[in-house]
Design a protein around this ligand. Structure first.
Ligand SMILES: [Zn+2]
Ligand SMILES: [Zn+2]
Length: 275
Protein backbone atom coordinates (compact mmCIF):
# COMPACT_ATOMS: atom_id res chain seq x y z
CA UNK A 1 0.00 0.00 0.00
CA UNK A 2 1.27 3.45 -0.88
CA UNK A 3 0.40 6.92 0.32
CA UNK A 4 -1.86 8.49 -2.29
CA UNK A 5 -2.29 12.17 -2.98
CA UNK A 6 -5.18 13.25 -5.16
CA UNK A 7 -4.86 16.83 -6.43
CA UNK A 8 -8.37 18.27 -6.12
CA UNK A 9 -7.23 21.70 -7.29
CA UNK A 10 -3.97 23.25 -8.43
CA UNK A 11 -4.89 26.91 -8.97
CA UNK A 12 -4.29 30.17 -7.18
CA UNK A 13 -6.97 32.20 -5.35
CA UNK A 14 -8.90 33.25 -8.49
CA UNK A 15 -8.89 29.79 -10.03
CA UNK A 16 -8.04 29.41 -13.71
CA UNK A 17 -9.68 30.56 -15.95
CA UNK A 18 -10.07 33.75 -13.97
CA UNK A 19 -13.52 35.33 -14.22
CA UNK A 20 -13.64 38.00 -16.91
CA UNK A 21 -10.21 37.19 -18.34
CA UNK A 22 -9.57 36.24 -21.98
CA UNK A 23 -5.80 35.70 -21.83
CA UNK A 24 -4.09 32.81 -23.59
CA UNK A 25 -4.14 30.53 -20.52
CA UNK A 26 -7.69 31.40 -19.42
CA UNK A 27 -9.00 30.59 -22.92
CA UNK A 28 -6.73 27.58 -23.47
CA UNK A 29 -8.21 24.21 -24.54
CA UNK A 30 -5.67 22.29 -22.47
CA UNK A 31 -7.58 20.68 -19.56
CA UNK A 32 -4.39 21.02 -17.49
CA UNK A 33 -4.89 24.80 -17.63
CA UNK A 34 -8.27 24.47 -15.86
CA UNK A 35 -7.51 24.89 -12.20
CA UNK A 36 -9.80 24.79 -9.19
CA UNK A 37 -8.44 26.36 -6.02
CA UNK A 38 -5.63 24.31 -4.43
CA UNK A 39 -6.60 21.38 -2.21
CA UNK A 40 -5.88 17.68 -1.74
CA UNK A 41 -7.29 14.36 -0.68
CA UNK A 42 -4.60 12.34 1.08
CA UNK A 43 -4.95 8.60 1.66
CA UNK A 44 -2.38 7.06 3.96
CA UNK A 45 -0.90 3.57 3.78
CA UNK A 46 -3.23 2.56 6.61
CA UNK A 47 -6.20 3.75 4.55
CA UNK A 48 -6.92 6.89 6.59
CA UNK A 49 -8.26 9.90 4.67
CA UNK A 50 -7.43 13.56 5.07
CA UNK A 51 -8.98 16.44 3.20
CA UNK A 52 -6.51 19.31 3.02
CA UNK A 53 -8.32 22.67 2.71
CA UNK A 54 -11.94 23.50 2.00
CA UNK A 55 -11.84 25.75 -1.05
CA UNK A 56 -14.84 27.63 -2.52
CA UNK A 57 -14.75 24.88 -5.21
CA UNK A 58 -15.02 22.07 -2.65
CA UNK A 59 -18.43 20.71 -3.69
CA UNK A 60 -17.44 20.46 -7.36
CA UNK A 61 -14.04 19.02 -6.44
CA UNK A 62 -15.51 16.24 -4.28
CA UNK A 63 -18.15 15.38 -6.88
CA UNK A 64 -15.52 15.21 -9.64
CA UNK A 65 -13.24 13.01 -7.53
CA UNK A 66 -16.20 10.84 -6.40
CA UNK A 67 -15.25 11.31 -2.74
CA UNK A 68 -18.10 10.09 -0.56
CA UNK A 69 -16.58 10.16 2.92
CA UNK A 70 -14.48 12.69 4.79
CA UNK A 71 -12.88 11.62 8.05
CA UNK A 72 -10.43 14.38 8.92
CA UNK A 73 -9.88 17.86 7.55
CA UNK A 74 -6.72 19.95 7.80
CA UNK A 75 -6.88 23.68 7.06
CA UNK A 76 -3.56 25.27 6.07
CA UNK A 77 -4.62 28.89 6.64
CA UNK A 78 -7.59 31.22 6.72
CA UNK A 79 -7.44 32.75 3.24
CA UNK A 80 -10.79 32.53 1.46
CA UNK A 81 -9.39 30.31 -1.32
CA UNK A 82 -8.48 27.62 1.26
CA UNK A 83 -11.31 27.96 3.75
CA UNK A 84 -14.53 29.42 2.43
CA UNK A 85 -16.00 26.16 1.15
CA UNK A 86 -16.16 24.80 4.69
CA UNK A 87 -19.98 24.70 4.68
CA UNK A 88 -19.78 21.97 2.05
CA UNK A 89 -18.64 19.57 4.80
CA UNK A 90 -22.22 19.70 6.08
CA UNK A 91 -23.57 16.62 4.25
CA UNK A 92 -20.78 14.48 5.74
CA UNK A 93 -22.21 15.28 9.20
CA UNK A 94 -25.81 14.37 8.36
CA UNK A 95 -25.37 10.62 8.94
CA UNK A 96 -27.14 8.44 9.84
CA UNK A 97 -26.09 8.61 12.55
CA UNK A 98 -25.35 12.38 12.67
CA UNK A 99 -21.69 12.91 13.46
CA UNK A 100 -19.15 15.60 14.16
CA UNK A 101 -16.04 15.89 11.96
CA UNK A 102 -12.67 16.97 13.34
CA UNK A 103 -10.91 19.90 11.70
CA UNK A 104 -7.24 20.61 12.43
CA UNK A 105 -5.35 23.85 12.03
CA UNK A 106 -2.87 26.14 13.79
CA UNK A 107 -3.81 28.52 16.62
CA UNK A 108 -3.97 31.78 14.64
CA UNK A 109 -6.13 30.18 11.99
CA UNK A 110 -8.43 28.54 14.57
CA UNK A 111 -9.08 31.96 16.11
CA UNK A 112 -9.83 33.48 12.74
CA UNK A 113 -12.11 30.59 11.73
CA UNK A 114 -14.12 31.00 14.93
CA UNK A 115 -14.52 34.73 14.26
CA UNK A 116 -15.50 34.18 10.63
CA UNK A 117 -17.81 31.23 11.13
CA UNK A 118 -19.27 31.76 14.63
CA UNK A 119 -22.35 29.70 13.74
CA UNK A 120 -20.06 26.67 13.26
CA UNK A 121 -17.36 27.16 15.87
CA UNK A 122 -18.66 29.42 18.63
CA UNK A 123 -20.04 27.41 21.53
CA UNK A 124 -23.45 28.67 22.60
CA UNK A 125 -24.00 30.57 19.32
CA UNK A 126 -27.17 28.54 19.17
CA UNK A 127 -28.94 27.97 22.49
CA UNK A 128 -32.36 27.33 23.97
CA UNK A 129 -33.54 30.83 23.11
CA UNK A 130 -32.02 30.71 19.62
CA UNK A 131 -32.22 27.08 18.41
CA UNK A 132 -31.03 25.91 15.01
CA UNK A 133 -33.89 26.21 12.55
CA UNK A 134 -33.92 24.73 9.05
CA UNK A 135 -31.12 22.92 7.26
CA UNK A 136 -28.60 22.71 10.06
CA UNK A 137 -24.94 23.60 10.30
CA UNK A 138 -21.73 21.65 9.73
CA UNK A 139 -20.91 19.90 13.00
CA UNK A 140 -17.18 20.42 13.19
CA UNK A 141 -14.82 20.08 16.12
CA UNK A 142 -11.89 22.46 15.87
CA UNK A 143 -8.51 21.11 17.05
CA UNK A 144 -5.37 23.20 17.36
CA UNK A 145 -2.06 21.92 16.08
CA UNK A 146 1.20 22.95 17.69
CA UNK A 147 2.73 23.32 14.25
CA UNK A 148 6.23 23.56 15.69
CA UNK A 149 7.66 20.71 13.64
CA UNK A 150 7.20 18.15 16.43
CA UNK A 151 5.41 14.83 15.87
CA UNK A 152 1.64 15.28 15.96
CA UNK A 153 -0.88 12.47 15.53
CA UNK A 154 -4.23 12.70 13.81
CA UNK A 155 -6.35 9.56 13.64
CA UNK A 156 -3.25 7.50 14.42
CA UNK A 157 -1.18 9.02 11.60
CA UNK A 158 2.02 10.90 12.31
CA UNK A 159 2.44 14.36 10.82
CA UNK A 160 4.89 17.21 11.28
CA UNK A 161 3.49 20.67 10.73
CA UNK A 162 5.44 23.87 10.20
CA UNK A 163 4.36 27.52 10.20
CA UNK A 164 5.38 29.14 6.93
CA UNK A 165 5.48 32.90 6.26
CA UNK A 166 2.63 33.85 3.92
CA UNK A 167 2.22 37.63 3.72
CA UNK A 168 0.68 38.89 6.95
CA UNK A 169 -0.32 35.34 7.87
CA UNK A 170 1.12 31.93 8.55
CA UNK A 171 0.30 28.88 6.52
CA UNK A 172 0.83 25.22 7.46
CA UNK A 173 3.56 23.24 5.80
CA UNK A 174 2.55 19.58 6.08
CA UNK A 175 4.89 16.58 6.24
CA UNK A 176 3.71 12.98 6.32
CA UNK A 177 6.35 10.25 5.96
CA UNK A 178 8.53 11.40 3.06
CA UNK A 179 5.94 13.67 1.50
CA UNK A 180 5.93 17.45 2.05
CA UNK A 181 3.08 19.76 1.05
CA UNK A 182 4.07 23.45 1.11
CA UNK A 183 1.39 25.21 -0.89
CA UNK A 184 1.17 28.81 0.29
CA UNK A 185 4.28 30.61 1.43
CA UNK A 186 6.60 33.40 0.41
CA UNK A 187 9.67 31.74 1.90
CA UNK A 188 10.78 28.59 3.69
CA UNK A 189 12.83 29.37 6.82
CA UNK A 190 16.30 27.81 7.05
CA UNK A 191 15.61 25.45 9.98
CA UNK A 192 12.63 23.97 8.08
CA UNK A 193 14.76 23.41 4.97
CA UNK A 194 17.25 21.60 7.19
CA UNK A 195 14.47 19.37 8.51
CA UNK A 196 13.27 18.58 4.99
CA UNK A 197 16.80 17.69 3.86
CA UNK A 198 17.16 15.37 6.84
CA UNK A 199 13.87 13.64 6.01
CA UNK A 200 15.01 12.80 2.46
CA UNK A 201 11.79 13.95 0.88
CA UNK A 202 10.50 11.78 -1.93
CA UNK A 203 7.68 14.10 -3.03
CA UNK A 204 7.61 17.85 -2.41
CA UNK A 205 4.54 19.82 -3.47
CA UNK A 206 5.51 23.48 -3.60
CA UNK A 207 3.88 26.86 -4.21
CA UNK A 208 4.60 28.45 -7.60
CA UNK A 209 2.13 31.21 -8.39
CA UNK A 210 3.85 32.95 -11.32
CA UNK A 211 7.03 33.44 -13.31
CA UNK A 212 9.68 35.37 -11.35
CA UNK A 213 8.80 36.42 -7.82
CA UNK A 214 5.76 37.43 -5.75
CA UNK A 215 5.27 39.14 -2.38
CA UNK A 216 3.16 36.51 -0.61
CA UNK A 217 3.93 33.40 -2.67
CA UNK A 218 6.82 31.60 -4.24
CA UNK A 219 7.30 32.29 -7.93
CA UNK A 220 9.44 30.17 -10.26
CA UNK A 221 12.61 31.87 -9.04
CA UNK A 222 12.37 30.96 -5.34
CA UNK A 223 10.49 27.69 -5.88
CA UNK A 224 13.35 26.47 -8.11
CA UNK A 225 15.95 27.62 -5.56
CA UNK A 226 14.22 25.74 -2.74
CA UNK A 227 13.78 22.59 -4.83
CA UNK A 228 17.52 22.59 -5.59
CA UNK A 229 18.34 23.10 -1.93
CA UNK A 230 15.92 20.51 -0.54
CA UNK A 231 16.68 18.10 -3.41
CA UNK A 232 13.64 15.80 -3.15
CA UNK A 233 13.30 12.87 -5.57
CA UNK A 234 10.29 14.59 -7.16
CA UNK A 235 8.85 18.08 -6.88
CA UNK A 236 5.44 19.21 -8.13
CA UNK A 237 4.59 22.88 -8.62
CA UNK A 238 1.14 24.02 -7.47
CA UNK A 239 -1.09 27.07 -6.75
CA UNK A 240 -0.51 28.37 -10.29
CA UNK A 241 -2.03 31.59 -11.54
CA UNK A 242 -3.24 32.33 -15.06
CA UNK A 243 0.18 33.70 -16.02
CA UNK A 244 1.46 30.12 -16.11
CA UNK A 245 0.65 27.90 -19.07
CA UNK A 246 1.00 24.22 -18.10
CA UNK A 247 3.09 23.12 -21.10
CA UNK A 248 5.37 26.17 -21.07
CA UNK A 249 6.01 25.75 -17.36
CA UNK A 250 6.76 22.03 -17.88
CA UNK A 251 9.36 22.93 -20.52
CA UNK A 252 10.90 25.52 -18.23
CA UNK A 253 11.18 22.91 -15.44
CA UNK A 254 12.86 20.40 -17.78
CA UNK A 255 15.35 23.02 -18.93
CA UNK A 256 16.09 24.30 -15.43
CA UNK A 257 16.55 20.82 -13.90
CA UNK A 258 18.19 18.93 -16.75
CA UNK A 259 21.40 18.61 -14.73
CA UNK A 260 19.69 17.87 -11.41
CA UNK A 261 18.55 14.61 -9.89
CA UNK A 262 15.14 15.98 -8.90
CA UNK A 263 12.31 15.33 -11.34
CA UNK A 264 10.30 18.57 -11.40
CA UNK A 265 6.80 18.64 -12.87
CA UNK A 266 3.70 20.80 -12.93
CA UNK A 267 0.68 19.41 -11.04
CA UNK A 268 -2.81 19.62 -12.49
CA UNK A 269 -6.36 19.03 -11.26
CA UNK A 270 -7.28 15.31 -10.93
CA UNK A 271 -3.60 14.27 -10.88
CA UNK A 272 -2.92 11.23 -8.67
CA UNK A 273 0.47 10.91 -7.01
CA UNK A 274 1.88 8.07 -4.96
CA UNK A 275 4.66 7.88 -2.45
ZN1 LIG B 1 -3.90 30.13 -1.61
ZN1 LIG C 1 -3.11 32.09 0.99
Amino acid sequence: MKTKLNILGSGTSTGVPMLGCSCEVCTSDNPKNKRFRTSFFLQTKKGKHFLIDTTPDLRSQLLRANIKHIENTIITHDHADHLHGIDDLRPFCFGPPPRSLPVFTHAECAKSMTARFPYIFEKDYFNEKKPILGGGIPKLGLHQLKADGSDEFIDGEKFNFYLLPHGHHKSLGICHENMAIFIDCNSIPGPIIKELKKRRIDLLIIDCVKFGSHKTHLGTQKAFEYIKEIAPTRAGLIHMGHGLDHNKLELLCQEEFKNHKTEVFVTYDTMHLEC
